[in-house]
Each structure stands twice: as C-alpha cells, then as structure tokens.
Design a protein. Structure first.
Length: 209
C-alpha cells in the first residue's frame, strides 16, 4: 500500500506540472487569461489532493484523500467520456494531455481504494471535502462571473447548467434546482463507485485465497 500511495502522490505532482504547461499554452494562445480554464473543477482536484500526500502525515487526512480519489475523482474520470467534447482543444498536445489526464484518474481511482484504511469514515470525509470544494467553486463563480465565462464544478447559478441530461431539466425544474440535483447525484454516483471498488477488492482477495 505504501508503494501505491507514493505512486499516487507522484502522479499528483505530474498532474500539477501538466496543468502549469496547459495554463501557459492557453495564456500565450489567447493573450489574456480565460477564466473558463481556471483549474478548480472536479477533475482538477486530484492534482492538488494527490500531490498533497507527499506532505500529509495524518492517517485520517490520507484516508480522506484516497477515498476521494477512489470515488469522486473516479466518477469524474468516467463521466467525462459520456460527453468527451470537453476533452478536445484547438491543439493536439492539449487534447492528448486531456485524455491521458482523465484516463489516469480512472486508473489511480481504482488503485487508491486499497490505501483507504477506514472505508466507512473515509467516504464520509470525502463527501464533506466534496461539499467544501463545491462551496468554494460556488463562491468563485459568483465572484469571478463578471470577468468572463466561468462555471466551476458546473454549479454557477448565473449560468445555465451545461452538462448533458441535466441541461434538459432546466426548463422543467429551474437552473438552481438542477444544480442541487446535480450535486446530490454526483454524491450518489461517487458512493456507488466507491462500493464497486470495495466489491472488486473483495473479489480479488477471494481469488487470491
């Protein structure tokens, strides 16, 4: 597990380096900062959380990170392929980087589950962390909305929900209600994937026995 944990941490550092490269390329291409690409999305969080493992010593905090990666990050990595249009950029290197980023989220999301020591409290804390990140995204959306198009976590109440399926519900339920529904279903999806990880781990363990 220690070896996996270190691999996850260095993966986070690699993601950080990739993000710095992407931000530089985008800034040079547009000539100004485009807030749509501000790195605070569900799929951005692994680079912060995984790299933080190099410095985190508290076991509960580590559990939270690994549980988050094996649930919410795993969900983000999988969900994007239902509508991969967001993975495509005007440059081939950024598009390839985007695909590799999300594929690696799936891989390391599956691997991270084995590093969670307390499975129950791990997901509970991961859920709290997700809601805290949503709150920060909401505040940033409201604060920076006047600077240009920005929709962190896709929960900007000042902009229509862009996610497939959910955007079709806006005329029926209203944008704010759909945003709340989106957050709740994200938690449900992350929980189901987390439980799936547990099922896979048990199956692998039984097979070894």
């Amino acid at each position: 597990m220690k070896r996996i944990g270190k691999s996850v941490a260095f993966w986070g550092i690699l993601l950080l380096c990739c993000e710095v490269y992407k931000q530089i390329v985008l800034f040079r291409a547009y000539g100004y900062y485009v807030w749509w690409y501000f790195p605070w999305q569900l799929c951005s969080l692994p680079m912060y959380l995984a790299s933080a493992l190099l410095f985190v010593k508290d076991d509960n905090a580590k559990d939270t990170v690994f549980a988050f990666l094996s649930s919410f990050s795993l969900l983000g990595g999988i969900a994007v392929f239902f509508d991969p249009s967001g993975l495509h950029y005007f440059r081939t290197d950024l598009t390839v980087l985007s695909y590799l980023w999300h594929i690696s989220m799936i891989l390391f999301g599956l691997l991270s589950y084995s590093c969670v020591r307390n499975k129950n409290t791990g997901f509970r804390n991961a859920c709290i962390l997700y809601l805290c990140c949503c709150t920060m995204a909401l505040l940033l959306n409201l604060l920076l909305n006047s600077r240009g198009e920005i929709n962190l976590f896709y929960i900007n109440p000042l902009q229509k929900m862009p996610q497939i399926i959910f955007r079709d519900l806006v005329p029926l339920l209203g944008n704010n209600t759909v945003i709340v529904l989106y957050i709740l279903l994200t938690i449900l999806g992350a929980y189901l994937l987390y439980r799936m990880n547990g099922w896979l781990e048990n199956k692998i363990h039984d097979h070894k026995i």
